[in-house]
Write a protein that binds this ligand. Structure first.
Ligand code: AMP
Ligand code: MG
Length: 500
């Protein structure tokens, strides 16, 4: 057995390594054996995360770790599986999807008591691969790794990246590309699409069993509630609305907001052609394959609601036996989405502008500022970050470069904003510091990810490690890291599409 070495898995964890989602078995999932990865090479191990999850300090260095993370050995005592889900992709119903290139290697309980699911992405085709190779490119794996860890450091709920294993294997995309296996963790990876799948293909009992499983393990405080399914759906709606509000205020665009990419825990999940918006454009589309702009930045909150509607539709039978009553409850839950989204997004925008009090004119003040950013083609992240420095002094001309003749509008806005702060009795240095705690200096820009990818394709993980270190402290000014805050030059934007 690969895990003969004691240091590999702590005793306590071994005892707790009972399958959780895996316990549901068919028709929820099918067992999978990963396909061997030739010449595996550990390119990255998230030692902090490994420790938080209860893996020994020495785990990553033990000879047993690499075969596990490459998909070259099974996790002792557990059967790997891939799960079945469906989804609405770009608005169209797709009845059978599932983990085509992802398998769950292990599930256990972390030292903090929380459930952990460890997945390998790119470890070969599963029964849900639908003829595809089950592999992932080194490029897309690095993009997912970087985004999970960048969003996590920004405080956004997300799946996490545990490790990246490179290989001599090449896979065919537009051209042959290096393959890799990414290991990622989350309390669970259940998607809206899992519920859509069982609503369409399974019995009402099957759907209820899935909901009860999720409630028992991830919302245990709801188990005793008389209307536990309705209470749980309200939680999912709330988590989703809050997540989308958080993304909007960071300029984060997911790129592929299909229902099969939405987590029932409100985590950012499945990173493909995502992007942090640079130049502020409400209709910015980060996914080059999204020709109609369905998932444009400004459309994301409405899409979040649309996806919640699909989840509720699938779960009508869990809400009430009488269809009419169930539909009424679902409609009320969608209104709840609107309410949470509105309050969360304004709470976050206010904090970004340094405002503490809730006042009637807040949305107007915000919208005038956003219009200025748009006209001035300002970098979204830097404009907010630099605004903190404009509380007292007047760097209007360096804040945003507006087209000739429009700087008066910026001056007027700054005056109104400062007057508003003064009327709240703000201490400028304190407010500026508070603004810098919510407006990052460093976000994951596509050109930075691309440089790390090209470095890794040449066999070096130096740029990847350095970038991860910078992104781990997005709100701190970091000496020598100025280059990481710089926007991509206009006209040199990288196109990122769905090929992965
Ligand atoms: P994604 O766009 O990555 O969220 O994937 C959408 C669906 O396609 C999911 O069911 C994936 O498992 C599946 N899929 C994507 N790429 C592959 C691949 N290379 N091999 C097998 N399945 C894949
Ligand atoms: Mg997906």
């Amino acid at each position: 057995m690969v895990l003969a070495d004691r240091c590999v898995m702590p005793e306590a964890m071994r005892a707790l390594a009972a399958p959780r989602f895996g316990a549901l078995s068919a028709p929820f999932m099918q067992p999978v054996i990963a396909r061997p990865l030739p010449n595996p090479q550990l390119l990255y191990l998230n030692t902090g995360l490994a420790q938080d999850l209860g893996l020994d300090r020495s785990w990553g260095d033990s000879p047993a770790a690499l075969p596990l993370l490459a998909g070259n050995a099974p996790w002792p005592g557990q059967t790997a599986f891939a799960s079945a889900y469906a989804g609405h992709q770009f608005g169209a119903w797709v009845p059978r999807l599932g983990d085509g290139r992802v398998l769950t290697l292990a599930e256990w309980q972390a030292p903090d008591g929380g459930p952990v699911e460890l997945q390998l992405k790119g470890a070969g085709p599963t029964p849900y691969a639908r003829g595809s190779d089950g592999r992932a490119t080194l490029r897309s794996s690095i993009r997912e790794l970087l985004a999970c860890e960048a969003l996590h450091a920004l405080g956004v709920p997300t799946t996490r990246a545990l490790a990246l294993v490179g290989s001599s294997l090449a896979v065919m995309r537009d051209e042959p590309e290096a393959a890799a296996v990414l290991s990622r963790t989350a309390p669970c990876f259940v998607r809206f699409g899992h519920f859509e799948f069982h609503a369409r293909h399974g019995s009402p009992q099957q759907l209820a069993a899935l909901a009860d499983h999720v409630i028992e393990h991830h919302f245990p405080y709801l188990v005793q509630q008389p209307q536990r399914h309705a209470a749980w759906l309200a939680e999912v709606i709330e988590l989703t609305a809050a997540l989308f509000a958080h993304w909007q205020t960071l300029g984060f665009c997911h790129g592929v907001l299909n229902t099969d990419n939405l987590s029932v825990l409100g985590l950012t999940l499945d990173y493909g052609p995502y992007g942090f918006m640079e130049r502020f454009r409400p209709h910015h589309v980060c996914n080059a394959s999204d020709h109609e702009g369905r998932y444009a930045y400004t459309a994301q909150p409405t899409i979040g609601r649309w996806n919640c509607a699909r989840l509720l539709e699938a779960c009508l039978g869990l809400l009430d036996k009488q269809p009419e009553m169930a539909r009424e409850q679902a409609a009320a839950l969608l209104l709840y989405y609107d309410e949470i989204y509105r309050s969360e997004v304004m709470r976050r925008w206010r904090a970004k502008l340094g405002l503490r009090e809730v006042r009637a004119g807040d949305a107007g003040l915000l919208n005038r500022w956003l219009t200025l950013l748009q006209r001035g083609k300002a970098d979204f992240t830097l404009a907010f970050r630099n605004l903190a420095g404009a509380i007292q002094i007047d760097p209007a001309e360096t804040l945003i470069l507006l087209p000739p003749g429009q700087d008066a509008a910026l001056g007027d806005w700054l005056n109104d904003w400062r007057a508003r702060l003064a009327s709240e009795g703000a201490v400028p240095t304190e407010r500026a510091a508070a603004m810098r705690r919510v407006n990052p200096r460093y976000v994951l820009r596509n050109h930075l990810a691309q440089a790390a990818i090209e470095d890794a394709q040449r066999g070096s993980s130096t740029k990847l490690q350095r970038l991860l270190a910078v992104l781990a402290r997005p709100f701190d000014e970091q000496k020598g890291a100025e280059h990481y805050a710089a926007p991509q030059r206009e006209g040199t934007e990288l196109e990122v599409g769905c090929s992965a």
